[in-house]
Design a protein around this ligand. Structure first.
Ligand code: ZN
Length: 687
């Protein structure tokens, strides 16, 4: 519901503005940097506000590591000490492999893949690891901490080596044996989802049936405003054998980290943009202190209604993807401020929403008499933390509580500078050189690609989803499994149709009547070919957004065949998209929009099924194989994440902040090690 993930395949050529968007890569990860455009122009008050909120965003880092698995913190800390203090051969294969492993652990906040959830396979040996840890053991604080954990009643004082050996006996099976904790979140039907998932939201040995029973007894089915039960706690078994919740709050589980978060929020408060924001912060602090989920709902309502301030933030237990039962929320934070220029763009579209509705190629019976555009807020991310770091979302739509959304609405934003960084980083990746047909098209994409991409997203979000209406009596759920593909196609087609309209030139949103061609080309290339890089050989297309793109591209390809509107041609054995008639292509987008709107308005299930099954699901095996091979040769990392900027508070003699500076040169490992030291807020074992 709430996360919009980046489409990584993008095109274009090198386009430098002096900022280094790409950094190191390792395993299947490419590290990027984002630019906090406009930070320098904020007032001192706003900068200071961002500074303290950013501190609050980092204070909860250890919480996520522990939520992702009960051994993560101690494994991370053992690896970090080897990384910083190992005096043996640092160029050895084992040390190098350990370095990659640690970088992956940092990236995923644990020992499982951040996206696929499978456990990493260490490519260094267990023997090497035990020796390496032994050699730095006394430099780790684990040495003192674990003595009491591993000493059995009545035992004499253990030697350091013995404590280390026992520590390794406990964590080595977790790290090295693939059959132990193989998945962080297991979703396989028929398994006990809790017993087979390594996440740390449920105490050891608690079964799915027990957890479900525990929460079924607490459900309030007739409550019109149900709290999100279980959201902010671990379910544990008490001494008496009964289940109870260990709530994440001040003086509760994770209390030491939460106390630090509260302190930073208190420091931020005097610099808030307005009174409503002060109320938001006060309510959040109250929630962190009490752990009361009613208070959390009150906070959410205050937060979503605060839209005037320039600076905004999310800080708390938010998304539930990490819990196989979808109840318990991982900790995350983002600090941001409005991108006024881009928000202006979406305001222009919204202000003209009725014009777009009236002129769309859709049958007038399906048009809204009165349409309201949504003015999407475009924000600039200033700091990412917890489950939004380093891997992050490019859009946020919160809160998640159904009744709050229904009664009070939600706040929806796109994070402009992260999208921008993804785009800039893809320039010069060789992708366009491999897949775009010729120099002229590449030049078009270089000039207009990013801008038209943004515009297409704006049209999709601000106007597309809000356009059209159902005929009276049409049940909105009639299209069932095809519903979301049809809905996304509708919004995309609205964008594709209008991105080529002279109205956009008139509104100053596109520079001329050629720019849209860059969007048409990349859209068709993606839908017909390059999005297949995300599908495994032999599989069909399942995900709704991917199905929608395939549907549109294949339909237009087929219907334009007679007029040769678009073709697939071969050059030196490689397939390329060739567009011969952009104007006719626009007509086809318009025709399909009309048909898809009809299907939606009438609730024509068979029509939806036929379109989707014919155009959106199947994959041409030969073309797929070719695309995968060409993509593999580019050696692009499929996953990306961000290194944060560094904010420095400049203080006067009394300690008052007189300026905040931002810099972008901290290395990935340096940042992670610094965070581990400065925001070292939880013990190794959190029970
Ligand atoms: Zn959409």
């Amino acid at each position: 519901m709430t996360m919009l993930l980046a489409i990584t395949a993008a095109t274009g050529n090198a386009q430098t503005d002096g900022f280094k968007y790409t950094d190191e890569s390792f395993a299947d990860i490419q590290m990027l940097r984002y630019k906090v455009e406009g930070f320098e122009n904020l007032s001192l008050r706003q900068k200071t506000f961002v500074y303290y909120l950013s501190e609050a965003a980092l204070q909860g880092r250890d919480i996520l590591f522990d939520q992702n698995g009960r051994y993560n913190l101690r494994i991370r800390r053992a690896l970090e000490t080897i990384y910083t203090d190992y005096a043996g051969d640092r160029s050895s294969k084992d040390f190098q492999a350990m370095t990659v492993y640690l970088k992956r652990v940092w990236f995923s906040s644990g020992i499982h893949h951040h996206y696929g959830c499978e456990k990493f396979v260490p490519e260094f040996s267990e023997t090497w690891f035990r020796e390496a840890l032994q050699s730095v053991w006394q430099k780790t604080h684990l040495c003192r901490y674990f003595r009491r954990w591993v000493t059995k009643p009545g035992e004499e004082t253990l030697s350091h080596d013995e404590v280390c050996r026992r520590f390794c006996d406990e964590i080595c099976p977790i790290m090295f044996r693939q059959e132990i904790m193989p998945m962080r979140v297991n979703q396989k039907d028929g398994d006990d989802l809790i017993l087979t998932s390594a996440e740390n939201y449920y105490g050891e040995g608690i079964t799915q049936a027990e957890a479900e029973e525990f929460y079924a007894l607490r459900a309030a089915p007739n409550d019109p405003r149900p709290i999100m039960t279980g959201l902010n706690s671990r379910l544990v078994r008490g001494e008496d054998g009964n289940l109870r919740e260990a709530v994440w709050r001040e003086h509760g589980l994770y209390g030491t980290a939460i106390t630090k978060i509260i302190k930073c929020l208190e420091q931020a408060k005097p610099f808030a943009d307005n009174e409503q924001q002060v109320k938001v912060i006060d309510k959040l602090i109250e929630y962190y202190r009490t752990g009361d989920l009613r208070t959390f709902d009150e906070y959410s309502i205050l937060w979503l209604k605060e839209t005037e301030g320039l600076v905004d933030f999310v800080n708390g237990f938010t998304e539930t993807y990490g819990d196989p039962l979808g109840m318990k929320a991982s900790w995350e934070s983002i600090v941001n401020f409005k991108n006024l220029e881009a928000t202006e763009r979406t305001k222009k579209l919204s202000a003209n929403a009725q014009w777009f509705e009236d002129h769309s190629p859709v049958d007038s019976r399906f048009k809204k008499e009165e349409v309201k555009g949504i003015s999407a807020k475009v924000i600039t991310a200033a700091m990412l933390g917890g489950d939004l770091y380093p891997s992050t979302a490019i859009g946020i739509n919160l809160p998640n509580s159904d009744w709050v959304r229904k009664d009070h609405g939600s706040k929806s934003v796109t994070i402009g500078n992260l999208t921008d960084a993804y785009n800039k980083a893809s320039h010069g990746s060789g992708f366009d050189k491999e897949f775009v047909i010729d120099d002229a098209t590449r030049e078009l994409i270089r000039k207009y690609g990013d801008a038209c991409d943004d515009l297409h997203t704006d049209l999709h979000e601000c106007l597309g989803h809000g356009s059209g209406k159902l005929l009276p009596g049409t049940n909105p759920d009639t299209l069932k499994v095809y519903g979301s593909t049809i809905e996304e196609a509708r919004a995309d087609l609205f964008g594709l149709y209008y991105v080529a309209d002279p109205k956009l030139v008139e509104l100053g949103l596109t520079p001329n009547l050629d720019a849209y061609k860059s969007q048409y080309y990349t859209y068709m290339m993606n839908g017909l070919m390059t999005q297949l890089v995300r599908i495994k050989p032999g599989n069909t297309i399942e995900e709704a957004h991917m199905r929608n793109r395939a549907l549109i591209a294949h339909w237009v390809f087929e219907k334009g065949k007679a007029d040769k509107v678009v073709e697939l041609t071969k050059k030196r054995g490689k397939t390329y998209v060739k567009i011969n008639d952009y104007a006719k292509m626009r007509d086809l987008f318009g025709k399909l929009l009309a048909e898809i709107q009809r299907i939606k308005s009438e609730g024509d299930y068979n029509g939806a099924r036929d379109l989707v099954e014919t155009y959106a699901v199947k994959v041409d095996a030969n073309l797929h194989k070719e695309i995968l091979e060409r993509y593999a040769r580019l050696k692009l990392a499929p996953y990306k994440g961000f290194i944060n900027p560094v904010y420095q508070a400049v203080r006067d003699a009394e300690g008052k902040i007189i300026d905040v500076t931002v810099s972008y040169d901290e290395a990935y490992d340096a940042q992670m090690l610094r965070y581990s030291k400065e925001y070292n807020n939880l013990p190794d074992v959190n029970n």
